[in-house]
Design a protein around this ligand. Structure first.
Ligand code: MG
Ligand code: MG
Length: 274
């Protein structure tokens, strides 16, 4: 298919789609707690996405049956919502897509359910940090391998496993466009970045080994050693040679009372005209 670069107008439409997902994850952040089922959260997300004039991006895509991919604990990604209540100490990776004005939004966050262990907290922290380490490499002249290398090195330096079989991707009128954006790689290798590239960067990092197992339902993927796995994803455009994050975790942070300036270097800083 080749890489489809986007102009400013198209990027603004994509920002709208991304922010619909961001707002939806913000709504879910308030509801993720022991006792709630992932199916309840799925219904809530679908309603909210439709209220915002969009359609769920995953529903029906490759025949996926729900609005959200819900992957608790040792599940890596692509899990189905179900009727099993979340339990204290679980983590739940929620991946959400939207479709509006012909463009997709696609981003993800791993939530803590009640109080989680120190070990798990660290996995979430390092995985999220690896996302920004990768995003920082989305600069004019850099290459696909620079992003993967940065994420892999950051995660492996902390002793974690980097999933190989699943990767980030270009985003636009299709949910998955070129280029593929692996979370591992070699510096200076792969396609070179240009302005107007829009990609979903999404490290999937395992507390233990990098190997995964595909379950017989055809979708769910778990870690081979059954240790927890985390997943964070942002939609990012290269504008004026630099990465700009189109999605945001701000709605989640607002709901959870978290203060963070991690996105600040990658936010739209265009001067406001008076
Ligand atoms: Mg996603
Ligand atoms: Mg994605």
């Amino acid at each position: 298919m080749g890489i489809i670069l986007k102009n400013r107008e198209q990027i603004e439409l994509m920002r709208e789609s991304a922010l619909i997902v961001s707002k939806t994850l913000g709504i879910l952040a308030k509801e993720v707690k022991p006792g709630v089922t992932t199916l309840q959260l799925d219904k809530l997300a679908e309603e909210h996405i439709r209220d915002l004039g969009a359609t769920p991006g995953f529903l029906g895509l490759y025949d996926f049956p729900n609005t959200l991919c819900m992957s608790p604990n040792e599940q890596v990604v692509h899990g189905f919502p179900n009727n099993k209540p979340l339990e204290e100490g679980d983590i739940i990776s929620i991946d959400c897509g939207s479709f509006k004005n012909g463009y997709y939004g696609d981003h993800a966050y791993t939530f803590e359910v009640g109080e989680v262990s120190k070990e798990v907290k660290k996995l979430l922290k390092i995985t999220k940090e690896s996302l920004y380490v990768g995003i920082d490499q989305l600069r004019l002249g850099n290459r696909v391998g620079d992003v993967g290398y940065a994420i892999q090195k950051y995660a492996e330096d902390h002793g974690y496993g980097v999933v190989r079989e699943l990767v980030g991707h270009g985003l636009g009128k299709e949910m998955h466009e070129d280029p593929q954006m692996p979370n591992y790689g070699k510096r200076g290798r792969g396609k070179q970045f240009k302005n107007g590239l829009v990609v979903a960067i999404e490290p999937m990092i395992n507390m233990g080994v990098k190997e995964i197992i595909h379950l017989s339902d055809g979708w769910s993927i778990i870690t081979a050693d059954k240790k927890p796995s985390a997943h964070f994803e942002h939609d990012v455009a290269i504008i004026d040679g630099k990465p700009e994050i189109l999605s945001t975790f701000d709605y989640i942070y607002e709901a959870l009372g978290i203060v963070s300036d991690e996105e600040k270097p990658y936010k739209n800083t265009a001067p406001v005209l008076k």
